[in-house]
Design a binder for this molecule. Structure first.
Ligand SMILES: Nc1nc2c(ncn2[C@@H]2O[C@H](COP(=O)(O)OP(=O)(O)O)[C@@H](O)[C@H]2O)c(=O)[nH]1
Ligand SMILES: [Mg+2]
Length: 224
């Protein structure tokens, strides 16, 4: 009775860090394992207590609430990318985390964003006109996650306590502004959906930052 579900599709080009992010969600020490390529869909589930639970008094249900996170890891390679459509269609997720890697080219990044857009529309209806109609009333979460913020600086650094400095933020904001027009297309097509952007390092961000991603989804889903 105190469990709530957050169902999320993790999408993005190959190598952006989807599997690493999910490993962090599960609590795996990602720096001791070598990440393998993802060829199939992987469904990972974890019950987590979100940070905000601590700020509620003991008599508030939120203090006891656990969130069942269902995260679907997807292959990123173009060859396997049509799986995204099947995942979106089959699992009816509440939202997608679309991971972007600023060290990859603009072109591949834009392609992944456009593919996610098109496959999501396909998942609503294979008839383009009907899909556009359904998109107008669809309440979905599109959360863009700019990953690998640790290597966005000219000098890569290794730090256990990764925090986003204004320098890094400027760089990734610049990177992201290249995709403003692509994001506008999303926003035009899905006027009732929620949009957000986070900047993380799946490798070096502290757990609280990873947790925050799910916290954001929770707020979108349950506190509106
Ligand atoms: N520097 C850095 N490397 C990362 C980060 N996240 C993932 N990686 C690395 O990027 C590579 C691809 O990661 P992976 O999770 O397999 O990407 P996927 O193809 O999207 O699942 C691996 O070598 C990861 O260790 C990050 O935040 N910073
Ligand atoms: Mg992977």
């Amino acid at each position: 009775m105190f469990d709530r579900k957050i169902r999320i599709s993790i999408l993005g080009n190959t190598g952006v860090g989807k599997t690493t992010l999910i490993d962090r969600m599960k609590g795996t020490d990602v720096r001791t394992i070598r990440s393998k390529k993802t060829y199939n869909i992987n469904i990972e589930q974890k019950k987590i207590r979100l940070q905000s639970s601590d700020s509620y008094p003991w008599y508030h249900p939120e203090a006891y609430r656990r969130y069942q996170i269902l995260a679907i890891d997807n292959p990123g390679e173009v060859k396997y990318r049509r799986q995204w459509r099947e995942v979106l269609r089959t699992f009816k997720t509440d939202g997608m985390l679309l991971l972007l890697d600023p060290s990859q080219s603009f072109e591949t990044t834009r392609m992944a964003m456009e593919d996610a857009y098109n496959y999501f529309l396909d998942s609503l209806d294979l008839n383009p006109d009907k899909a556009d109609e359904k998109a107008k009333t669809k309440k979905y979460i599109f959360h863009f996650v700019v990953n690998k913020c640790d290597i966005c600086l000219s000098t890569p650094f290794e730090s256990k306590s990764f925090h986003l400095t204004p320098d890094i933020k400027d760089h990734v904001v610049g990177f992201l502004s290249q995709f403003g027009s692509t994001m506008d297309i999303y926003k035009d097509t899905f006027p009732l959906s929620k949009f957000g952007i986070s900047y993380i390092s799946a490798l070096y961000s502290p757990y609280s930052e990873i947790d925050k991603l799910f916290e954001i989804l929770k707020v979108y889903l349950y506190e509106t």
